[in-house]
Design a protein around this ligand. Structure first.
Ligand SMILES: [Zn+2]
Length: 551
């Protein structure tokens, strides 16, 4: 960092530097490069002390912002994130404009607290030199100093900061104003559903009026997050993040929304909380500092292990989660990454793992739970078993024969769901079965759905279906006495009782996902153990919170 080259009074010089540093102004002065070869440094102090005394003011007249012909005013919201003052195109704009514009930028950056200490202005020709010197002097007068002898800035009070940075900055939203809401995108979400959930449905039209924003909102990734800041229900800032380094920042300015990808501004920070139960869970969690969203997550994660209505005094809870930090402040908490519940002497642990668009909380060391039953037992969501599998007197023909499936009675048009993942093997009329669909699954298993009123539109032989997909609708086609679905479960062509057959299991995770899970689980398990140690060493805690930077 360059010090002022001349100082008649070291105390004043120190004050100067303090003042400049307070606003991160360029104590090193402004360097002027002409045609990229000669470099002459205009020391800020020199420039200032040679100038005539002027009334101290730090405000930059608004008219400077629009002076240069057709150039647009500086938009501080956008520029504020630019770490360097951009090189200016020569000649097209008067030097005075360049300098004043740069200083506006400096002021804006200073307000944000992010500024290069040494600023450069690039010029193309030497002809500009004189004009530049004059312009720099004048601009610096405006921006800084009282008189030639006392180098002391008339610094604005904190609440005058907006004036200091010029009128453009007055509307710059700050993180402390307004309330932040977080929305986690789930598969099946639409832009409309997301904005409805954020209570910003009215704002959506305004947002997509901007083409750039519309483009981003048209391509929302599952598991992305929206962080919305509102004041009196009005959107001020919106951050769209996919967890990668870049996030999309939408800001409200001059009655309109603009957006920009920015790198590294939003930080996910690892946080930990532990507490001991002596009051109802949600009360205890709140005292400890968990947001209600996080404490709801905890009850969901442990609902099978822990009876939250009958917690024991002394039960312990430890949670590792993510905070979102923006402009130095925590604006939201989300995503339990790992948690453990010491409930009546048994320790239950869960770690978060996302794979194929699904997020699960799994036991860090259990293989068993990574398998799941591969089939649903019923092809309908509701209905009544009207006839079971086995020998029976046929309702139409009267003779005794094997009823090779299970009948579910339900109103005509009730959706029929594929009971497992597979492919369409047959779709069409099939004798007494009427309109029928047959699916081929894993391990030589086929399922059959008969008497449909119609098939799902667009479904063809060879199509892949997923467990739970609608394939058709209940009817009474074929040999049937009423609306029902006849459901068969065959292994190697042989019908089994669909209500009793041992359903095969399948791995939740692919081998690759399994390896990822192992790694992640191990790491989080260690973090939980470390947190348990911390908790042990803080016996008086009802709550304790630690932050650490983390992925
Ligand atoms: Zn039947």
């Amino acid at each position: 960092m360059n010090k002022p080259s001349r100082s008649s009074n070291s105390n004043n010089s120190k004050k100067w530097n303090q003042a400049m540093e307070r606003y991160n102004l360029p104590t090193g002065g402004i360097e002027v490069i002409i045609e990229g070869r000669s470099s002459s440094k205009l020391d800020t102090v020199n420039a200032v002390t040679h100038s005539k005394p002027k009334k101290p003011t730090l405000s930059i007249p608004p008219d400077n912002l629009t002076k240069a012909g057709s150039a647009k005013p500086v938009n501080p919201v956008r520029k504020a994130y630019t770490p360097h003052i951009p090189a200016q195109k020569p000649k097209a704009k008067p030097i005075r404009y360049l300098v004043s514009r740069s200083l506006i930028l400096v002021g804006t950056l200073a307000l944000i607290g992010n500024i290069p200490v040494h600023s450069k202005i690039n010029l193309q020709t030497q002809d500009d030199t004189i004009a530049l010197t004059a312009a720099v002097e004048e601009a610096l007068n405006q921006a800084t100093i009282a008189n030639s002898d006392v180098v002391e800035l008339q610094l604005p009070d904190e609440n005058e900061t907006e004036v200091f940075a010029g009128h453009e900055v007055e509307t710059l939203p700050t993180v402390t104003k307004g309330r932040w809401n977080l929305y986690q995108v789930e598969s099946g979400d639409t832009v409309e559903s997301i904005f409805a959930a954020l209570k910003l449905k009215q704002t959506l039209d305004k947002l997509i009026a901007d083409q750039d924003i519309a483009k981003v909102l048209n391509d929302i990734k599952p598991s992305a997050k929206f962080l919305a800041q509102t004041v009196d229900g009005k959107l001020q800032q919106l951050i769209y993040t996919t967890g990668k380094k870049d996030s999309y920042f939408i800001t409200y300015h001059n009655e309109q929304y603009t957006g920009q990808w920015q790198s590294g501004l939003l930080e996910a920070r690892r946080s930990q909380i532990h507490f001991t139960i002596s009051k109802p869970f949600h009360t205890e969690a709140k005292i400890a500092g968990l947001t209600s969203s996080l404490s709801r997550q905890i009850t969901k994660i442990f609902k099978k292990d822990v009876n939250f209505r009958r917690l024991a005094i002394g039960d312990e809870v430890r949670v590792i989660f993510e905070d979102y930090i923006y402009q130095g402040e925590r604006i939201a908490s989300d995503n339990v990454l790992a948690a453990e519940f010491d409930h009546r002497g048994t320790l239950y642990q869960r770690v978060r793992f996302s794979a194929s668009d699904t997020t699960r909380y799994l036991r860090p060391d259990a293989d068993l739970e990574l398998k799941q039953v591969a089939f649903n037992r019923y092809p309908l969501k509701s209905g009544r078993i009207s006839s079971g599998f086995g020998m029976r007197r046929h309702p139409v023909f009267g003779s005794r024969r094997l009823h090779s499936g299970t009948d579910f009675a339900a109103p005509r048009g009730t959706p029929i769901y594929a009971t497992g993942n597979g492919k369409v093997r047959f779709i069409g009329r099939k004798g007494g079965y009427g309109k029928t669909i047959e699916l081929r699954h894993m391990d030589g298993i086929t399922t059959l759905y008969g008497h449909m009123s119609r098939y799902k539109a667009g479904l063809n032989p060879g199509d892949k279906v997923k467990r739970g997909d609608i394939i058709g609708y209940v009817g009474s086609t074929g040999t049937s006495t009423g609306n029902h679905v006849h459901y068969e479960f065959r292994i190697a062509g042989k019908p089994h009782n669909p209500m009793k057959v041992a359903l095969p299991t399948t791995g939740i995770l692919s081998p690759k996902e399994m390896r990822q899970f192992r790694q992640q689980a191990k790491k989080l398990k260690n973090e939980l153990e470390a947190l348990r140690e911390t908790a042990k060493n803080n016996p008086h805690r009802l709550s304790s919170r630690q932050n650490q930077f983390g992925g």
